[in-house]
Design a protein around this ligand. Structure first.
Ligand code: 5GP
Ligand code: ZN
Length: 113
């Protein structure tokens, strides 16, 4: 499958992996938008939040607890951080493999652009 994140998962494309288990992988974003910016993705190829299946509920819950733990490890849990999931064209999604951005170590603005 021609998916850049599947290629990161199977090692075809190198990346700075910070966490991996049976279901998810996390790596630094190649174009960081904050001093801390990493992506947490399911190993299962799910195109976007719109393609989630009911059976993926546990997987998504798992991703959020992984984010909680990585935020502590990277020292952003106390000051806070932002979790972003872009879905589809209007959502600004550029890679069609569902992913959660985690951004920290700077204060974020609202509303987003
Ligand atoms: P989206 O715009 O789809 O929400 O976010 C995609 C993100 O993936 C972008 O922040 C982009 O910098 C990142 N990205 C795209 N290709 C690669 C890659 O090959 N390696 C890494 N580490 N990040 C990537
Ligand atoms: Zn994929």
């Amino acid at each position: 499958m021609d998916c850049v994140f599947c290629k990161i998962i199977n090692g075809e494309i190198p990346s700075n992996i910070i966490y991996e288990d049976q279901k998810v992988i996390a790596f630094k974003d190649q174009n960081p938008q904050a001093p801390i910016h990493f992506l947490v993705i399911p190993k299962k190829h799910i195109e976007s939040n719109d393609k989630l299946e009911d059976s993926d509920k546990e997987l998504i819950g798992h991703i959020f607890t992984v984010i909680r733990d990585l935020a502590r490890e990277f020292g952003i849990s106390e000051d806070g951080y932002r979790i972003v999931n872009n879905t589809g064209e209007d959502g600004g999604q550029s890679v069609a493999h569902m992913h959660f951005h985690v951004l920290g170590k700077r204060s974020m603005q609202w509303p987003p652009g």
